[in-house]
Ligand binder design. Sequence first.
Ligand SMILES: Cc1ncc(COP(=O)(O)O)c(C=O)c1O
Length: 346
Amino acid sequence: MIDLRSDTVTQPTQAMLEAMRQASLGDDSRDGDPCVRLLEARAAQMTGKQAAVFMPSGTMTNLVAILTHTEQQGEILLEADSHILNNESAGMARLAGALARPLPGKNGAMGLSALEHALKRNHWGRRLISMETTHNSAGGQVLSLAHMQAVYALAQQHDVAVHTDGARLFNAAVFLNCQASDICAFTDSVTFCLSKGLSAPIGSVLCGSVEFCNKARFYRRMVGGHLRQAGPLAAAGLLALETMVARLHEDHRHASHLGEQLHRLHHRFCNPVDIHTNIVMVDVSHSTVSAQHWVRELLKHNVAAGAWSDQNLRLVTHRHISTHDIENTITAFEQVWNAVKNQTLK
Ligand SMILES: Cc1ncc(COP(=O)(O)O)c(C=O)c1O
């Protein structure tokens, strides 16, 4: 099966499994664990922040970031299609008691004039601006540094903190050909996942100032995310940071080639210019059948895709997808597309 549903399906490498076997087994929430400390120090260094806190998931790091910034009396200004707002089971509202102020955006970037307007309005509680890069529902598009800088400048003018959901932060850095810390210069806190394109089995990290991270540890415990013998997970995560970032460009190359070939099949499937990283959103609305139909038909050709909506498929490249798999996926699309067209003609 060519599994393009998500980069979360990646398996740990043999080296990660070996590192997990040999890892320290300290109680991270009691005495601290050496491997966890190393991972957190490396994460802080790579993002240019003072400190970091290891957690099980990206959803939890985002929730804890919101709790820490707003202390359960906040208002979050964020782009309307953000993962935090739409895909995290309303944790920001239900658990952090935060009011969402969704702002219209383009390609994952919130409109700056809408942001400025919202910042001038009356508000309730502590405000936080949240950005997302790469942006999941915008098909893995990357915020430009200029945009992030402009958002950060507005935030500072209004004395508002900024968080960035960087679940795929290193994909963004590869696309921009910069260091992760160059991106994180325009945010007070940032989260990234070790478990997606970086292939670790589990884990995400929240990075920020020492004061912020100390407070985040309190909220992590509140939501049950404090960890005990987390050394093996941290050991895999550390190896993910050291060895997997350098290969992400291969996933981007595969996504880009896939997008170009789908565009060639029909220009409305996707616009290759929109494919920045490892996600290809395919618009099937013109094909007269639903995305769910496409998923079922592609499965018959051993291609697993995700239906992002009734009209969109999401295909995500990762370490287990080879150039050959991409060619087979293109062939599968051609065959399904021909069958759909023949069906329509009947
Ligand atoms: C942009 C973004 N943020 C956060 C998450 C949540 O990560 P997790 O699945 O580890 O909770 C995801 C997961 O796909 C994501 O794409």
